[in-house]
Design a protein around this ligand. Sequence first.
Ligand SMILES: Cc1ncc(COP(=O)(O)O)c(C=O)c1O
Length: 397
Amino acid sequence: MWKSVAAAPADSILGLTEAFRNDGNPSKVNLGVGVYMDDTGTTPILNCVKDAERIMLGVENSKSYLPISGDPEYGRQVQRLIFGAGSEVISSDRAATAHSPGGTGALRIGGELIKRFRPQATTWVSSPTWANHQGIFTAAGFPIKQYPYYNSETKGLRFDELLSALRSIPAGDVVLLHACCHNPSGVDPDGNQWREIAAIAESQGWLPFLDFAYQGLGAGIEEDRRAVTEFAARGVDFFVASSFSKNFGLYNERAGAITVISPNSREKDVALSHLKSTVRVCYSNPPAHGGLIVKTILSEPTLEATWRQELAAMCGRIVEMRRALVDGLAARGISQDFSYITRQRGMFSFSGLTDETVAWLRENRAVYVVGGGRINVAGLTSANIDYVCDSIAEALA
Ligand SMILES: Cc1ncc(COP(=O)(O)O)c(C=O)c1O
């Protein structure tokens, strides 16, 4: 079967991790991988997760299938998290949530569902975007186009160009937006800018699809939902793909959710029926363990309080490392202004390092950065920050 078939290309970021693993340099630093690391360089299991698992061990009495869209209480808790407890979307009962295997599963199920009813649609993604967006929506059958987003000269948003592109996207097309902590740039629209974007979605009639993979890792749980709130206020159809890989540290549990928001409860019921039939033919019903952890934490106020503290600590460490990097580079007399790194949000940053510098850092200092200069700020620790700053200073000298 495979004799005359060429091998598929390796995933570029996972390939980098493999090369890092095989690197014998004891000073090596991995700023490429997309997982949170604490100051000891490990990806921890949160205390709230361990506590939830202890509770689960005592009460779980069956491994029977979950419903197709998952445990209804999980759906309720996820909606409280993404919309806020007092949200009109919840009181009007106009959102349907299905538990998905991670954020990737949520994006793919959402894509499959939309494809059934919008077979002619194009999916628009930001330039640049997380590499897998293109793959997921291509696999779901969509042609892909890009809208302008990041300006590498100003290190900010190309806001005017973004708006004019969004004004020319036809009704019915899908527009994929990063709800917060844009990956890879770390640059997000502010609240007023989201309001303008949502107004265009309403007047143009394109379908917003919010990828919400980093809630709580930007400015906080409440602040990070401003994009969701703006689209909700318009009463339009839209989709939200949640991932709990980063904010609950549940990477290998594959916990996520796809939420379909409709203008009213009746249309939501129709959407839910098709969401379920889409899930049924993809993976039938979701894996339970990770979702049960999230549900247990969000249903128990003391566990939720612990989670909020632990999430705030992760977010705070990232902000601290952004500052340490910028200060460390300035202290080494580098003339290039890196202060924009402190204005970016979330785990990732477009460092402004060229591909040439990225290659030099890897070959000469075993500092691993993704091509294009994206760094995972959470890969910086108090033990490696000086080494990284020295290495970048040397590379730029
Ligand atoms: C922007 C974005 N969306 C979605 C995901 C998918 O997350 P998950 O690991 O939960 O599938 C990621 C993970 O890196 C991401 O960066």
